[in-house]
Design a protein around this ligand. Structure first.
Ligand SMILES: Nc1nc2c(ncn2[C@@H]2O[C@H](COP(=O)(O)OP(=O)(O)OP(=O)(O)O)[C@@H](O)[C@H]2O)c(=O)[nH]1
Ligand SMILES: [Mg+2]
Ligand SMILES: [Zn+2]
Length: 320
């Protein structure tokens, strides 16, 4: 990777700044109160600050970092090119990268708290735009009074090709299949607070793997902020990011006129609408509406599309 895709390299390194040839590779595994936790290829964890004006550095980023003179800490000098990223709105209208280099998003839902289907659609739309395959985990299946009924609610998603994994972190149900789906991928768990993302993560990790609290312990970095997304290495390759609540990604970058593309079952219809600027609401000759009427598109999904469209049109919408 040396010299390849190098961005933001300092033009005139200051005296005392280690030269790029001494930079080391690392993987950002969490944001701590005092800086970034960066994992080295040999499994050490170093607390790093970031070089000024480097821009966002996110969990999952592969970076080049320079050790400090005492060798205890480091400074991230460069972020290597990303294969993908998830973004959310930050302060002052700026966008913030929250996770990088993912190739799977697992949306976690549960019977309690009950699924927020609008949020599920929102996540799926973002994944369509970012071209990251998404899957759905139905956790706490042990709590579902009628399992078949609970899973039937997901039929609309199964029909359009989203894999659904019914599991229970507590009872260990469905975990073998879930492990298989995660195997070798760089994945993130996203979903409402309390659906069991951290419980699942803990169940999936072997004893020797890092747990949230241990990152601070092993690296002597002090308390870990419980609000931070954290990356864990999966025993057979790939990694998993456990994220806090829903604040991981929003529709920040999607414009109203593009939202229909985020509904994958609309895609084949969109080009057949009578008008190029069809909004797929009540427009004349709308092929998406026809799809709803003839049963090719689930009415519930189309209704939620209308709701999200509405949300996008509100200038003061605060995206979670
Ligand atoms: N019955 C049951 N409870 C579960 C299961 N998985 C998790 N829980 C419980 O659900 C609650 C929330 O679990 P967490 O793992 O903290 O949820 P989370 O999604 O990480 O929540 P945030 O970190 O706030 O986003 C805890 O009380 C867990 O014990 C399950 O499979 N069955
Ligand atoms: Mg959690
Ligand atoms: Zn249309």
């Amino acid at each position: 990777m040396k010299g390849k895709g190098r961005r933001n390299s300092p033009q005139h390194p200051k005296a005392g700044t280690p030269s790029p040839s001494s930079w080391l590779e690392g993987l950002v595994i969490s944001h701590l109160g005092q800086g970034l936790a960066v994992e080295t290829p040999d499994g050490n964890i170093i607390l790093c600050q970031t070089r000024r004006r480097l821009g966002d550095v996110a969990v999952g980023d592969r970076v080049k970092w320079a050790p400090s003179e005492d060798g205890v800490q480091g400074r991230v000098e460069e972020v290597l090119p990303r294969s993908s990223m998830l973004i959310r709105p930050g302060y002052a209208g700026k966008l913030k990268v929250v996770a990088a280099n993912l190739d799977r998003v697992f949306i976690v839902i549960s019977p309690s708290p009950a699924p927020d289907w609008l949020l599920v659609d929102q996540y799926l739309a973002v994944c369509e735009f970012r071209q990251i395959p998404a899957e759905i985990i139905y956790n706490k299946i042990d709590l579902a009074e009628d399992r078949d009924h609970a899973l039937a609610e997901l039929n609309d998603y199964v029909r359009i090709g989203y894999p659904v994994h019914p599991v229970s972190a507590h009872k260990g149900l469905g975990m073998v299949e879930l492990k298989h789906a995660l195997h070798g991928h760089c994945s993130i768990f996203a979903g409402q607070s309390g659906v069991g993302k951290s419980s699942l993560t803990n169940t999936l990790l072997p004893e020797k793997n890092l747990r949230t609290g241990e990152i601070s312990e092993r690296s002597g970095l002090g308390r870990h902020t419980t609000t931070a997304a954290t990356l864990y290495n999966l025993p057979e390759g790939g990694y998993l990011i456990d994220s806090p609540g829903v604040a991981v990604f929003g529709l920040a970058e999607i414009k109203g006129q593009d939202l229909a593309w985020g509904y994958r079952e609309f895609q084949a219809h969109i080009g057949h609408c009578r008008f190029n600027d069809c909004r797929h609401i009540n427009d004349k000759g709308c092929a998406v509406r026809e799809g709803v009427e003839n049963g090719e598109i689930a009415p519930a999904r189309h209704l939620r599309y209308l709701k999200l469209l509405d949300k996008l049109a509100q200038p003061d919408t605060v995206w979670e």
